[in-house]
Structure formats: structure tokens, C-alpha cells
Write a protein that binds this ligand. Structure first.
Ligand code: ZN
Length: 389
């Protein structure tokens, strides 16, 4: 697989079935200067400037996927130094249809740092992606870039929230409700001062207490429920049920698309099944996101806590999950697509991401409508044609 970047002249995608994520029918979409300029049924742009054209007939045009959790600097290491995962490359993201991603540290905040995380995000951004990062870490008191979570959010443009903060996990710091509330308050005020949403991504492990701490913080502090975004909610059935109760309370949840046969055998719910059950039970798609947990390790422990196996989570799991929902489960694309696009964009406070509308960033996927294979990725207006070699 290789990628050929093209010039940045205006681009017209003709006669394509648009999912914005809501269905708009067959439209012509004009892109210029990194934004969507027009969406019309029969667009005839004026002459006098160079215009690239792509024929869209028989294809679907979607917003680029928004991945809420990627260990862009490489995650893992829970099986020793040889199990540390590699940093993400931009090409992996384009091939996976991801144009916006949120980078975070994982279990290891000793050999991994926010300086490195930020450098990785800037490298990905320089290659056309929209890469953001989170301050904080699994461990509490949290690791930061400037020595202060609030200062990180105020001063570092790419830092839009905090996380992953680990709860209910033997790899976390077993924080108290008061400690967690302080992290939420710093993210909230730091976010407010910088015009960011300040969402806090909570890594939830497999301990039975699950989301208990989030309820306790919400019961005893002035922080809004929507400040928190717990992830790995499809890890097992009891946590999934707690996730539904959290959504009923007004909260949002994230499902992890990457998995292994061992994790599924030990009770993890496939993300596609989990999303469908949530929708069937009345959870609003606006408060559900999916993430790949890309470049994380997927460790499998036995009952004594011994590491049995460890794999690296692929970013491609997100698009694979969307494909499974539409092709294998027969779901209408517009029913499930918001959880991969507009919902995460809203929950991270990125109003120009995850949608196809005039003025939005030109982050687009052109898919074959029968196989849902990605033919072209447009990222901030730059066109990347995927070619199998
Ligand atoms: Zn996690």
C-alpha cells in the first residue's frame, strides 16, 4: 500500500452519495483551502482556476473517522520493555480512514512523556492529520507537560482534555473520589480558560467497582456528568450494564473496537454488538463514541494476574467495526456512523470535525459503496489516494 499526496488546488467530488453523517443524497461537494465550500445537487464552479475532479458515482462520501483514543507515541510495556508498542505513522491512520485522533499516554508515564506525545502529534499533523493530545496519565497524581494539568490545557493548543485516568484497574493508582474530582476541576477550568471542552477520558479496568467512583464524584461535587468520558465499557457484561446506567444519568461512554479472541472468550463484548444493544435500549448515539485504542497493548491476564499474551491494537479496528455493522449486521450507515464521527467530535469540543457541511474541515472518506473499502482520504483538504500495490 502506498499513498500519493496531491496538490492543494480546489477539489470537486461529483455525484456522490453523501452521509454527513445524516444522509444528504447524491451531491457535488466542493473543497477549497482545507474546508468544505459547497454541497449542491448540480454544482458548476466558475472557470479560471485549477480544479481537481473525482467522479463519485457508486461511492459513499463520509466524514473522516474521529478516533477518541490512540496511543500515538506507542503504548504497552506491561510485559517488559520488549513489549512496548511503536509510535503511530500517518500512513496507518489514512489507511484506517481516521483523519482526527486523540493521543494519550497509557500505563507507562515513566519512559513515555507528554513532550514525546506532543512531538508525535505535531509530526502527524505535519503530514495532514488532525492530532490532539490529552494531559494526565493512568497514574494519580497525574503526569503533565508543564507540571500542572490546568496550565497544560490553557497553554498548549493541542491539549484539549485529560486522560486516560485509570479507575477500577490493578494498573491504576486506585484514586479517591476527591483526587478524581480535583483532576476534573483542573480540566474543566483549564478548558474554560482556553475555550476547550476539557473532557476527561477515564480508563475503566475490569475490577467489579466499575464506574462507582464516577457516580461518587458526580454525587459529591459540582462537576457536570458530561465532563467525564469513560472508555472500554464493552470490556465485560457487568461494566456494560453500568455504562447504560451512566448514559441514563446523562453521561457519555466510549467502546473499544480493538479486541482479541482471548479477550472475547473472557467476556468482552464485540464493539459492534455493544453499539447495537445500546441503540436498541434507547441510548442516544450523541453520547456514544468508538475508539480503536490504537497502538495500545491488549494484555490478557490469568486469574492470578499473570500476563498470558499481549497484542498491539490496530487503528484499523474502527473502520472494520463500521464495516461489520453495515455489511454483516445490515445496519443503515446513518444509524451508526455518528458514533464514529459527529459524536466524538462534539464530545471533544471539535465543532469543525466529524461532519460534512459548509465551513467544516475537509476531512472526508470516499468509499466503494458495496465493499466499504477506502479509495480516497481527504484530510484538511489534502487528497490521499490509496492504492493497493
Ligand atoms: Zn485504557
Amino acid at each position: 500500500m502506498m499513498l500519493l499526496a496531491e496538490q492543494d488546488s480546489p477539489l470537486l467530488i461529483r455525484d456522490v452519495e453523501v452521509f454527513a453523517p445524516q444522509p444528504l443524497g447524491r451531491r457535488d461537494v466542493l473543497i477549497a483551502a482545507g474546508r468544505v465550500l459547497a454541497i449542491e445537487s448540480d454544482l458548476v464552479p466558475g472557470t479560471g482556476f485549477p480544479l481537481r475532479r473525482i467522479e463519485g458515482r457508486g461511492r459513499w462520501l463520509l466524514p473522516g473517522l474521529v478516533d477518541s483514543l490512540v496511543h500515538i507515541g506507542g503504548g504497552g510495556g506491561e510485559g517488559g520493555f520488549a513489549t512496548r508498542a511503536e509510535p503511530l505513522r500517518a500512513q496507518q491512520a489514512f489507511e484506517a480512514g481516521v483523519t482526527t485522533l486523540i493521543g494519550a499516554l497509557g500505563t507507562d508515564e515513566v519512559t513515555r512523556s507528554h513532550a514525546d506525545l506532543l512531538a508525535c502529534a505535531r509530526a502527524l499533523s505535519s503530514e495532514g492529520l488532525s492530532a490532539y493530545v490529552l494531559s494526565g496519565s493512568y497514574r494519580v497524581p497525574v503526569a503533565t507537560l508543564t507540571g500542572c494539568l490546568r496550565r497544560d490545557l490553557v497553554l498548549i493548543p493541542e491539549m484539549i482534555g485529560a486522560g486516560e485516568i485509570a479507575i477500577a484497574d490493578h494498573r491504576g493508582s486506585q484514586p479517591s473520589a476527591a483526587e478524581l474530582a480535583r483532576i476534573g476541576a483542573d480540566a474543566r477550568v483549564g478548558g474554560m480558560l482556553a475555550g476547550k471542552r476539557g473532557t476527561v477520558l477515564i480508563h475503566v479496568g475490569d475490577a467489579p467497582e466499575g464506574l462507582r467512583l464516577l457516580h461518587e464524584v458526580s454525587d459529591t461535587s459540582a462537576l457536570p456528568v458530561w465532563q467525564w468520558h469513560p472508555t472500554h465499557i464493552n470490556r465485560n457484561r457487568p461494566l456494560f450494564e453500568q455504562g447504560i446506567a451512566w448514559v441514563t444519568r446523562g453521561g457519555s461512554i466510549d467502546l473499544t473496537a480493538s479486541t482479541t479472541p482471548e479477550l472475547l472468550a473472557s467476556g468482552e463484548l464485540p464493539a459492534a454488538d455493544a453499539l447495537l444493544e445500546l441503540l436498541r435500549r434507547g441510548a442516544p448515539v450523541e453520547r456514544i463514541t468508538l475508539s480503536s485504542d490504537g497502538q495500545a497493548s491488549l494484555p490478557h491476564f490469568d486469574e492470578q494476574g499473570r500476563l498470558l499474551s499481549l497484542e498491539v491494537a490496530p487503528l484499523s479496528s474502527l473502520l472494520d467495526c463500521l464495516r461489520a455493522l453495515v455489511i454483516d449486521h445490515g445496519q443503515a450507515l446513518q444509524r451508526v456512523l455518528p458514533a464514529f464521527t459527529r459524536s466524538p467530535a462534539e464530545l471533544w469540543g471539535l465543532p469543525r470535525k466529524g461532519r460534512i457541511e459548509v465551513g467544516a474541515d475537509a476531512d472526508l472518506l470516499l468509499l466503494d459503496s458495496s465493499t466499504m473499502s477506502v479509495e480516497v482520504v481527504v484530510a484538511r483538504g489534502s487528497c490521499h489516494r490509496l492504492r493497493i500495490t
